[in-house]
Design a protein around this ligand. Structure first.
Ligand code: SF4
Length: 223
């Protein structure tokens, strides 16, 4: 349940059906509540072949799926095709986060979302990726526009999900739902770089599947 007061949302340009690309349950939780309470016709589309290893991918996906089911929100479990992701990002292994590799990663996910949208009667796409303060919103919006521009009658909805207390609510919903707390962006290179940073800062390396948002047992998190 969403206890947050917010102004109801509306799809722009008279659009009727939204396909919402989701990266994970924590980023999408409050957004899904807001869309539902605004009576927007939407479906969640989980396509994230960037996530590594597979165990982490399954954790993030299943949690998002369970939350959607609990709230009667349609959820599309798209392909996990990491080989394509590795092919597209070849040569960009050492790029920093928010660099060129991330643009390719966003493009790949948004183009697939746009293709599914066109094939299944959606006229707008958007993504939960931009709610994270670790991400470059301009970079994400650029990829979203690029993907939608490949098709007529499809728009990328550039809504700033951080608005209306979005960033704060994202954490609150994650705590209420005791979501899994991922500690790196997703790909093998972000895992490598985050671990390198942690070791330099005398912190232990990431343990997949260990940390959860929780009100009840703060000891389960070390972030
Ligand atoms: S750091 Fe994140 S956005 Fe960038 S390439 Fe890796 S998974 Fe994709």
């Amino acid at each position: 349940m969403n206890n947050n007061k917010f102004n109801p949302l509306e799809l722009p340009s008279g659009k009727k059906r939204l396909l919402l690309h989701s990266c994970c349950a924590p980023c999408s939780g409050d957004i899904m509540y807001k869309l539902k309470e605004s009576n927007i016709d939407f479906t969640v589309y989980f396509y994230n072949p960037n996530i590594h290893p597979h165990e982490e991918y399954v954790l993030r996906k299943e949690e998002n799926k369970v939350f959607a089911k609990k709230n009667n929100i349609p959820f599309i479990d798209a392909d996990y095709d990491p080989r394509n992701w590795f092919t597209l990002t070849k040569g960009m292994e050492m790029e920093p986060e928010r660099g060129k590799r991330c643009s390719v990663c966003f493009d790949m996910r948004f183009i697939k979302t746009a293709e599914y949208a066109i094939d299944h009667g959606f006229d707008a796409i958007s993504s939960t990726l931009g709610i994270s303060r670790w991400k470059d919103m301009e970079q994400i919006n650029k990829s979203g526009d690029y993907a939608a521009s490949k098709f007529t009658n499809l728009i990328y909805w550039k809504y700033n999900w951080r608005k209306e207390n979005g960033s704060h609510r994202m954490i609150e919903v994650s705590k209420q739902e005791k979501f899994y707390m991922q500690e790196y962006c997703g790909c093998v290179y972000s895992l490598r770089d985050t671990n390198e940073w942690r070791v330099k800062n005398n912190r232990s390396k990431i343990e997949i599947g260990k940390n959860y948002y929780s009100y009840l047992d703060k000891k389960t998190t070390n972030n």
